[in-house]
Write a protein that binds this ligand. Structure first.
Ligand SMILES: CC(=O)SCCNC(=O)CCNC(=O)[C@H](O)C(C)(C)COP(=O)(O)OP(=O)(O)OC[C@H]1O[C@@H](n2cnc3c(N)ncnc32)[C@H](O)[C@@H]1OP(=O)(O)O
Ligand SMILES: CCCC(=O)O
Length: 445
């Protein structure tokens, strides 16, 4: 093969690759399940030789070794652009920091402002033209690779080949070092089984969808439940234009409801920028021309996504206040996740002809510690982060119904939201709305 000699010359062990990192460097990891786990381990083993190395990841799968090995943060500072459960655990222990980003801007942020010392990501194996496919994480990888001083790839021969789209691959001539010692099946990320509340919310959402709609499902259990219900519905000729491809898209495709025939562009292709789910999803994507992987500045660009008619965006939230502000990334000052593509898609869906930007949630949250709290609240909990401002918000759905807040006054919003709040919280919400001066006499008590 033409590139075999070059390949051999660039091969290193993970241990040797980690030796390239110097104190003070910024090291950027590949995103989601393509994070370079072997390199991460080897870098953590160099802890005592290094000081002040900054690492950035996107939704690191599990607990990063570089964070775990350094509880005093004297050697490594770990940062994540979008928290996974693992990064959340680390943040609770002051071992991970968040980097705010509206996801479609990610590549442009790199282009304009960031100069990583090292970019290291997992890819699939090289093809005979010398290309390594970014597999299930296209995301921001091409843009990071273009700006990084050193590019290292960790080959995983079991990683699916994700056809583009664009920016789905990197050529060996743009790679400095190749690690080849860590091939194994990709990490599976399973969604919990939908409960009764998820089912009820999903039923309301399916009623909002017309034949020929283009579906974006966000991260979390509830959007996945919506997709699974769509797969069993009578809807016809839906299309996929999403940031994240999840198992529900396989169900929608296999049941025949998602054909992509009505898409204005990328016809008959499910467009996405990253995928996380079961092995079934990874097998489905592998070399599948029905799927197209693009960098996130394509999938999430509101000026592109909104050109599809009937774009339906379904995303999950933590709290919504009576003004209609949506908080999806923190609970008070407890950091939970990131803005991700939520703002991109809620905005895009409203701007799409016939589109709807939907925020869905249960009316009450039950947490692991046995405590529960209401999700429709007078004002977002002190320290909470607004993910979708009230000026952008569109539909809100709970198990008690569907409301559309666009064009509504503050007193109309308060009334609509209280209508879909948990029944036990409604009297208190009305009292608070009165104090907030967003209640009028004609509102229903
Ligand atoms: C991906 C795309 O295609 S585009 C856009 C999608 N992106 C987004 O919407 C970004 C923001 N949204 C999200 O990240 C997710 O949808 C979430 C976090 C809101 C929900 O995701 P889920 O996986 O269903 O959340 P889950 O119920 O596991 O809760 C996550 C954490 O938040 C905590 N949490 C959630 N709600 C509450 C609440 N009301 N009070 C206190 N804690 C809460 C949970 O306890 C859990 O913490 P833990 O891991 O320590 O137990
Ligand atoms: C990094 C983005 C993930 C999400 O949008 O949820």
């Amino acid at each position: 093969m033409k590139y075999l000699e070059t390949y051999k010359n660039k091969m290193v062990t993970a241990k040797d690759a980690a030796k390239i990192v110097k104190s003070g460097d910024w090291v950027h990891y590949g995103n989601f399940v393509m994070a370079p786990l072997g390199f991460d381990k080897s870098l953590s083993e160099r802890r005592d030789e290094l000081k002040d190395v900054k690492i950035s990841a996107v939704c690191f799968p599990g607990i990063a070794e570089v964070a775990k090995c350094d509880p005093l943060r004297e050697h490594f500072i770990f940062n994540d652009w979008h928290f996974s459960g693992g990064s959340r655990v680390l943040h609770d222990k002051e071992l991970c920091y968040y980097i705010p980003m509206v996801y479609h801007e990610g590549p442009f942020i790199y282009e304009k402002y960031l100069n990583p010392d090292v970019f290291v990501t997992t890819t699939s194996k090289m093809d005979d033209k010398g290309y390594f496919n970014f597999s299930v994480s296209n995301s921001i990888h091409s843009s990071v690779a273009k700006k990084a001083k050193i590019v290292i790839i960790e080959v995983n021969e079991e990683a699916p080949i994700c056809l583009g789209g664009n920016n789905e691959s990197i050529h060996i001539s743009d790679v400095d070092f190749i690690i080849q010692e860590n091939s194994k099946p990709l990490i599976e990320v399973m969604s919990p089984e939908p409960d009764d509340v998820d089912q009820k919310v999903a039923e309301y959402i399916v009623e909002l969808i017309e034949n020929g709609s283009i579906i974006q499902l966000g991260i979390g259990a509830m959007p996945n439940a919506v997709g699974k219900m769509i797969a069993k519905s009578d809807l016809k000729d839906l299309g996929g234009h999403t940031e994240m491809l999840v198992d529900a898209y396989v169900d929608m495709y296999e049941s025949g409801v998602m054909t992509g025939k009505c898409k204005k562009f990328d016809k008959e292709k499910m467009v996405y920028t990253f995928a996380m789910g079961s092995q079934k999803l990874y097998d489905f994507i592998n070399r599948n021309p029905a799927c197209a992987s693009y960098q996130v500045d394509y999938t999430n660009d509101p000026f592109i996504a909104s050109k599809h008619d009937k774009l339906i965006a379904v995303n999950n939230a933590i709290e919504v206040d009576l003004y209609g502000q949506v908080c999806s990334e923190s609970y008070g000052t407890r950091h939970i996740t990131g803005t991700g593509g939520q703002l991109d898609f809620i905005y895009s869906a409203f701007h799409s002809i016939g589109g709807k930007g939907i925020i869905c949630m249960s009316s009450k949250a039950s947490n692991k510690d046995g405590k529960s709290n209401y999700r429709i609240v007078p004002t977002i909990k002190n320290g909470g982060i607004v993910t979708v401002p009230r000026s952008i918000v569109n539909y809100i759905v709970t198990e008690y119904g569907v409301v559309n807040l666009k064009g509504k006054t503050t007193w109309q919003r308060a009334e609509l939201l209280i209508d879909i709040a948990h029944p036990d919280s409604r009297d208190e919400l009305i009292k608070e709305a009165e104090k907030m001066k967003i209640w009028v006499k004609s509102n229903k008590k």
